[in-house]
Design a binder for this molecule. Structure first.
Ligand SMILES: [Zn+2]
Length: 502
């Protein structure tokens, strides 16, 4: 019989973002850290011994915002704003069978694990509507890959076109007909189809459930309020893209007569269970509300730059004590799933906002966001994010002989500003190797590759018409949104000195 104990000996341990790396042994029982101490830590004789000499051990990184459906669409676009990405949706997310939902998510999990990430908050978009069957396949893909996830179905009861005042009217007639078919079904039908998913938590140790009303403007107020009620009744997370783009900020003002955050607060949605993805176009009052209500932010600096959404004012969030997690966003908008890069960009992007060094995000803050901050967003703030007794043994092992660490000057600076995942050797989740010697232990990558590539060939054939029509739509949507940008908003988040877009 295998022992429930594992002891890791000889490693240099960075226990959390504010710690100093020190030589420590780690004793694990049934997936949980039970003791840590100087080399020679007593352990039961039957414990499995893992030698970690010349390796740095740090808490598994946690991705606070990703999309499992996005992997099939990695690198499909360039010069896509958020609105152009949404326009491409019927093409790049089209023709997905149940098996594709599993495979695309497993591809997401595989990339994250290989790059040192042990848990994620996955907002999965099933087209045309989320189903219990589809969301269970998503959850199973994470479990089978050996990873942890909080899984949230993305939901809407309005199409993107219905959500932007004046957009449909600005389209040529042929395109108006196409977008009319994209209107989602009623939210009650959507929610009733998800009951089985919400009621049956199949693997509560690895999988948490949440709800993701995708973007507030794509949801009626009644829908949003209902999501808030379900979140409170079941004590599960809520996650939404809030203030991601200037188009959203302006549309919010037109629709609600207030900022989006102030409107959501009126509906009672802003709570400690609520994570706002991006949160770029928020004003001072909005941030005060988040702080007062204990809501959290999932910061996605890579995606924010790739989609031209601007740079979130993370320092103003941290100054208010708002919990900030860090994410990559989906591969359809952030392309890679590299949390080391996300930390680097969280630091670097704050440093181009202005000259006051006191307002820059520090490497400790970036690492905290990628570990404990994200853990809170996932609803696992007490179990994950640090290496200490009582927490899950989700551990990344980096090779200190790798060039990234020669010489080893400052552990946290080096982890955030220099490490890119190339020094990674092993990854443990619950004290079990999910990656060993740079290979996934539970995913057959050649097989996964073959399955994904076969599916992608089929999808390319079957979405050809949608590609054609969404490319036509993109021209109309792009120019409409650019015109919208001439309306002033009272917050400015681009590196461009004014809101004049030309
Ligand atoms: Zn997203």
């Amino acid at each position: 019989m295998t022992s429930p104990y594992t002891v890791i000996r000889g490693g240099l341990v960075l226990a959390h973002a504010h710690a100093k790396a020190e030589p420590l042994d780690i004793l694990i029982k049934d997936g949980e850290i039970v003791a840590m101490g100087p080399p020679g830590l007593p352990a039961p004789v039957e414990a499995t011994v893992v030698q970690a000499d010349d390796q740095l051990l740090h808490p598994g990184l946690i991705n606070a915002h990703t999309h499992g459906h996005g992997t099939y669409a990695k690198a499909m676009g360039d010069r896509w704003s958020l609105e152009l990405l949404l326009t491409a949706g019927p093409w790049i997310n089209g023709d997905r069978h149940l098996e594709d939902k599993y495979l695309s998510t497993q591809l997401n999990a595989a990339e994250m694990l290989l790059k040192g990430c042990t848990a994620s908050y996955d907002l999965y978009s099933e087209v045309p509507i989320p189903t219990a069957e589809g969301m269970n396949a998503v959850a199973q893909a994470y479990v089978d890959a050996g990873m942890r996830a909080t899984v949230a179905p993305m939901m809407a009861d309005l199409s993107f076109y219905q959500s932007v005042p004046g957009l449909i009217e600005a389209l040529p007639e042929e395109l108006q007909k196409f977008v009319a078919q994209l209107a989602p079904q009623s939210f009650r039908a959507t929610l009733s189809g998800l009951t089985d998913f919400l009621d049956k938590q199949r693997n509560p140790d690895r999988i948490r459930l949440a709800l993701a009303p995708t973007i507030p403007m794509l949801c009626s107020d009644e829908f949003l309020q209902t999501c808030g009620e379900i979140s409170a009744e079941r004590n599960i997370g809520l996650h939404s893209h809030v203030g991601e783009s200037y188009v959203q900020a302006l549309t919010g003002m037109k629709r609600y007569g207030s900022t989006i955050v102030q409107h959501l607060d009126k509906l009672g949605l802003i709570s400690p269970r609520f994570t706002l993805a991006h949160a770029i176009w928020l004003d001072e009052r909005d941030l005060d509300i988040l702080a007062e209500r204990g809501a959290m932010v999932a910061h996605n600096p890579g995606s924010n730059m790739r989609l031209g959404n601007g740079i979130a004012d993370v320092n103003s969030m941290l100054e208010r004590g708002i919990t900030v997690g860090l994410g990559t966003d989906g591969s359809n908008s952030g392309d890679n799933q590299n949390m080391y890069e996300a930390m680097r960009l969280a630091s670097f992007s704050s440093k181009v906002r202005g000259p006051d060094t006191e307002r820059w995000v520090t490497t400790e803050q970036a690492l905290y966001a990628a570990t404990e901050g994200s853990a809170h967003c996932l609803g696992m703030g007490e179990q994950l994010g640090r290496l200490e007794p009582g927490r899950k043994a989700d551990i990344v092992f980096l090779d200190l002989a790798h060039i990234n660490w020669i010489p080893h000057n400052n552990t946290v600076n080096q982890l955030v500003h220099l490490e890119d995942g190339l020094a990674l050797r092993h990854v443990m989740v619950d004290g079990q190797f999910a990656v060993r010697d740079r290979q996934l232990t539970q995913v057959n990558m050649p097989r996964l590759r073959q399955q994904v590539e076969q599916a992608q060939e089929r999808i390319a054939r079957n979405t050809h018409d949608k590609r054609h029509i969404t490319e036509k739509l993109a021209k109309a949507v792009g120019s409409f949104c650019l015109c919208l940008g001439h309306d002033r908003y009272h917050v400015q988040r681009w590196a461009h000195p004014s809101q004049d877009l030309t």
